[in-house]
Structure formats: structure tokens, C-alpha cells
Unconditional design. Sequence first.
Length: 570
Amino acid sequence: MSGTGSVEELGAHAARARAMALLRIRSRATALAILPAAAAVVLLVAVAQGHIGPGVWSTVSWAVAACAVVILLLAAAVAVAVARARPAVSPTVPLTEAAAPDLYRLVRDLADRLDVPAPSAIALTPDCDSWLEDRTHPANRPGAEDPGEGSGRGRRAPAAPVLVIGSPFLWWMRVAELRAVLAPVVAGTGPSANPDIAAARRFVRGLDAAVADAAVPGQGRIRRIPAAFVGWIAKLLLRGCRGHAAEMERCVAAAASGRAQEVDYGLRIVAQEQVGLAYAGWDRLLTRVALPAWRMGRWPSRLDAGVVSALTELSRRDRLAEGFTSRLGERPACDLIEEPGAADEAASLLAARLFHGGPAEAGPGWSPVDWQQYPEEVVDRKWRTEAARLHRVLDAMGVASSVTVGAPGSTAPGGAPVPTLARVIDHLASPGADSEALAAGIGAAVARDEEKAAPGPRAEGSPPDAGAGTDPLDLWGPVPLPLFPLQPPRTGTELLADHVVAMVCCAAVDTAGAAPGLDWLDGPALLVDGGRRSDLGAPVLSLVEEGDAEPLRSWLTAVGVRTDKPVRLG
């Protein structure tokens, strides 16, 4: 027996053993529920046959029978609730075989090489990860068969799971690299085909879904009390299952890894480097580039193409990434999709909803933006909006300006303060300036604006087999978006610094010939004489945190910005 075979077989055997342990927990729970009924039957039969006398024993028998009926009803209610609870399915973009025949062919060939069942379908996730997902729970697919406990002989094998692929992988990785990365994932369909493992997983997912259903807010008292009872029972069972379930999944992963050991092993080591690089670039692209656009009500429609640009830029800057750009001459994995642009757009919209929130379709206040339009439609608009907000807060605080405007086209004391950069700098640099009050005002204004733009709770969705147009977030119910926020809430000081930077950039564009730009790794950028200026943050922080305006004034002088000129606000 080879070493690889030993690892695989030992892992598979251990996974089946853990699955059987989980199924025994289910059987014991069932036995515990019917135990009072069995005791009641024994007592009633004994009384009827005269083995025990009437009187007290008869009363005890009927009392036990009544308790047994109540317990059986409660057990049946719990069983029905667990069976009907819909396990949360990862929000993904479905990819049909007609939309990606070459990708399906690659995955099937890989499954044949591994001698495992091919995945039942392929879906994309807007994240840097890949996994198998079982979507055969009875609540998700009516009529799905629960294999139950036993050896599996004479029973239909469970349906193969869905292969979920991280969409950034398809755009950054080459075809051979993607195949190598997917090998251990696809190998997991082997253990998934075991009826005992499939039944154990379904049992645990049902309990987990029941606990989640019990925690849904907004239920009336009539539903809340029984839901809380079902959730309590499910939690007790999950507590007993936790160790076995975790160990079973570790053993399944070990078995899959062992089976895939000899498939593209050398290439898989190289491809794993690309996984780490893709994750780093994707994280920077989301937090530095996409998030500012999402906050403006715009969602970049080609995030996956953007990650290629971001990683190419990273390879240009980072000596550790030298040589990675030579890969770009090879065939990218996105060529395996018939219409990669449409898939990229769907994954980009899903990413915007998961990480920020928003409706499922474009509309007023929520529209796509191409990368060519990003500097003008997002960066410049972001700066103008934040500069306008900064001056509104200064107006509310009664902060004056050295220049005021009365009637249109005239300048006179007592009119409205002119939006100039000098007004902001003079206020923050003046002795006794209350920068904390300004920061608090900015924070409150941002909170109000974000609350107006925030999406409301979603209604309960339809099951996933209701049609091709099903929203991938339906199974998450009325959970408010975003599901996975990218960043913690920003402090007032951070928001104030961002708004001062925005005001400086607006003044630079209006008075010094600068322009808004896009940096693939750092997001919105100020371009001066065609080059990016990345040294603005430190002078602004000196002004905001210490009231020292000299570093910023020196920077403005070097760039040629006029602080006394009015700035166009968004």
C-alpha cells in the first residue's frame, strides 16, 4: 500500500467512523424521545394482563402514557422543524454548463483522473476561496433522499455537491494553475458520495438551520416560544455533535488531499503562491477601490478584471513578485467561460451586496461604473461630496470665513461663507479650535447620509429551485445587508481627516490643474503633472490632530494650490 493511499484510506475510514458517531447521536435522541412511550406501553399491558394491580399503578400507567404522548408530540414538532429548516446556502453566481462548457469539461476530466464523482454544478463566489457545497437538504431540494444510517447498500447515492470557485481565481490564474488548485477540492466529492457522511452532514446542517431559525428577530409570541424550544433542543444536540463533526471534516479534507496528491502536485505548489497573491490583491481592491465607489452608490462592474490590474501593478512595485507578469502570456482561466464579462458583472454586483449592501439590480442611486469612468464618476464626485459635507458642518457650527458672498456675483460681509480651503485650515489651526466637535459633526452627518442610503430588510425569499432568476441571498431571509462588512466603523477623527483630504484635492483640481485618478492598490489618487501624489496624508493628520498647519501649507505651496479661491462643491 502506497503512502498516499494509506493517508487517503485512513482519512476516509476515520471520516466514516465520525459520521457513524454523529448518526448514533441522532439515533440516541430518537430513542430518548420514544422511551416514555415504551414505558407507558409496558405498564398498560401489565395492568391489562393483571401482572400489576389496578389503583395506583393504573393511575401511574395513564400518567406515563400522557407524558409519553406529550413528549412524542414535542419530538415530532422538533423533527419537523429541523427537517423544514433551510440551511443557509452561500450566496453565489450560478454558472450553467452552456455558459462555461470548457470549465465543466476541465472539472469532469479532473474528476475522472481522481476517480471521484463530478460535481453536480459550478457556481462563482466573489471571494478568494473554493469549496464543495451540498445543496441537497430536503428543505432546499424537495424530495431529496436522506440516506439514513447504515452501510449504504441498496440505497441511492446522494447527489454530488456544487463546486464553488472564487471568481478572482478565474481571472488571475492560468488554466493549468486553476486545475491544480481545484484538484484537492474536487477530490472531496469522493467522501461526499458516502451515504453515512452525507446523512451526518445533513443532520448537523439541519440542527444548525433550526438554531438560526429560532434566533430570527421579529417573531410573534405564538411563534417565538416554540421556536425557542426547538432552538434549545437543537443547541443541545449540536453541542454533542461539535467534536465529531469537526473531526469528520478534517478527515474528509485529509482523504481528499491524499487522493489529489499525485495530480499536478508540482504545479499545485506554484499555484498556491498565486492563491495568496490573489487574496492580497483582492482585499486591497475591495477595501481601497471598490468601497469608496459603493459608498457613492456606484458599483464597479469589472472587479475580477480589476484584480488582474491590481496584481500586475503589485508585481511591478514589489520585488518579491517579479516574474509573475510573465504568466499573463498564458491562457487565463476566464477563457473557459463563454461570456466572461457577464460573469464578472454578476460577481461584482454580488460582491457589492455582500460586503456593502444594496439592491439586486441597478437603479437610481445604485448604478454600475466602468474603470474608465471611475476617476470622474467616483473619485471626483467623492471629493466634492465630502467637501460639501465639511462646509455644511462648518456652517452649522457658525464658523466664519475671511471671504463671504452676498448677492450673486458680489462679495459682502454678512453673506454666506465661501467654500474655500483657507476657511478649513484657519478653523483647525486657530487657537482653541474644537476639532473634536467638528469631527463629531462630520460623523453624525455621515451616519445620517448612510442611513438614508442604507437598504431595508429583505423579505423572505423563494427556495433555490424556484427558477433561474432566484436571488442568491434569498435563503438568508430578512437579514440586513451587508452580510460581511469589509471595515469597522470609522472614527470621527478618521472621517474628518478624509474630508479635509477631499477638500485639499478639490482645491488642487480647481486651482492647480491637478486631476482625479485611480491607483489599483490604493484607490482614489490625486494626479499632479501626470504623477500620483501620495504624500498628503501626513500633513493633513498634523492639522487635524495637532492643529499644526505648516506641513500642509508647505505642501500646498509646492503643488501650487490657492487656498483663497472658491471650490466647486458636489
